[in-house]
Design a protein around this ligand. Structure first.
Ligand code: ATP
Ligand code: MG
Length: 362
């Protein structure tokens, strides 16, 4: 399901850029500030209608402009027929997403063009808050089970309602029983999908990590957000007075987390910077492999500054793995040489040089 043609308009310093990418490896190289990350950001906007660098999408729109647009031809569901996808965003905050001549919503877009990003922010899977790890986990659960989004939305709605009752303070016991039973129903189903996903991800992750990082083994554990030895009904009951004092629900899937350990120690405290990059990349690659197994199509990888933090040997191993996943990859680097000579001859590799927001034709 690769992008066969890409057009970017008015995204940061990319005024007007057209690219015919390879269906496998695309390397975008250029000096600092030339527009490499902006090009990846444009593809991210196309797939998710948001940026990986900012929550304020207006920063993406080129200074002085009113809107930005990304337009692509893609073989969306692996049908072999290219169809147009366009995402437009204006300064007023309005977004328009069109696929094959029809407006589509965000969920449909996310299903159409599954995107994986590996950049300096990806370290946050190890170093950041549980919310980052839940987002990672839920990307996979969303793409592995069509029920996930309904359960996730249902759970968010019930959690919001329960929390507003807790904030209000005076809770009618019958009303509380109704919301608690809804909470438990959604929480358990959501948790099951997350557990199933993580169990399927683990072996993929172990295999990839063994190839990429010899001698380091990582234990990947999942914590559901409450003490599973006690039922969630008992937990809610026992925590009720505390929840009431705090004005929010303290236990449940909204607190789920992943635990990554090396020899019993928290991985982020143990690993070197380069090892961390390999581990988070292995997690993202494992998601891609599993996505392929479950959906018979590949996701698109956006990898910002692949060589940073990695020595030549680890860059080579990483590149070999990207080739194996048979995904379309957009990879940036400053020096062309840093990603030259790392690919097998049979892989279709395209190099694009960006200079001051435009593709160089030399
Ligand atoms: N809204 C905007 N309008 C115009 N230019 C912008 C806007 N936002 C950022 N820029 C500029 O776009 C340029 C490209 O930034 P980008 O982050 O894509 O560079 P890069 O090639 O990834 O650089 P690096 O190698 O340092 O990561 C920068 O010069 C930046 O100042
Ligand atoms: Mg950059």
């Amino acid at each position: 399901m690769p992008i066969t043609q890409l057009n970017v308009q008015a995204i940061r310093n990319l005024s007007e850029l057209s690219l015919t990418p390879s269906s496998s490896i695309n390397i975008i190289y250029g000096a600092n500030g030339s527009g490499k990350s902006s090009l990846l950001e444009a593809i991210h906007l196309l797939g998710l209608c948001r940026s990986f660098r900012t929550n304020k999408l207006n920063h993406l729109i080129q200074s002085g402009g009113e809107r930005c647009t990304v337009f692509a031809q893609l073989d969306a569901m692996g049908s072999g027929i290219s169809q147009p996808l366009g995402v437009e965003r204006d300064l007023a905050g309005e977004s328009r997403i069109r696929f094959a001549g029809k407006n589509i919503d965000l969920t449909t877009l996310a299903e159409l063009l599954p995107i994986q990003v590996i950049n300096s922010e990806t370290f946050m899977i190890l170093e950041g808050s549980p919310g980052v790890r839940r987002q990672f986990l839920d990307w996979g659960a969303f793409h592995s089970n069509p029920e996930f989004i309904r359960l996730w939305r249902g759970f968010r709605r019930v959690l919001k309602q329960r929390n507003s009752l807790l904030k209000y303070g005076k809770i009618d016991q019958r009303l509380r029983a109704v919301w608690d039973s809804e909470f438990i129903k959604y929480a358990e189903q959501l948790n099951t999908l997350r557990e199933v996903y993580i169990e399927a991800l683990k072996p993929e992750f172990d295999l990839i990590l063994a190839d990429l990082l010899e001698g380091v083994s990582i234990e990947l554990g999942f914590s559901p957000g409450w003490d599973k030895k006690r039922g969630l009904d008992q937990v809610l009951e026992e925590n009720f007075e505390r929840d009431l004092r705090q004005g929010y629900t303290g236990a449940g899937p909204q607190r789920a987390d992943l635990r990554l350990k090396v020899d019993g120690h928290i991985a982020s405290e143990r690993l070197s910077r380069g090892q961390k990059k390999v581990v988070v990349s292995a997690l993202k690659l494992a998601q891609g492999v599993l996505f392929y197994k479950l959906n018979s199509r590949s996701c698109i990888y956006l990898i910002d500054d692949l060589p940073s933090e990695l020595d030549r040997q680890h860059s080579r191993l990483f590149c070999n793995y990207l080739e194996k996943t048979a995904s379309q990859c957009f990879i940036t680097c400053v020096d062309k040489e840093s990603l030259t000579g790392l690919w097998s001859e049979s892989t279709e590799t395209c190099f694009f040089n960006i200079q001051e927001g435009a593709l160089s034709t030399q």
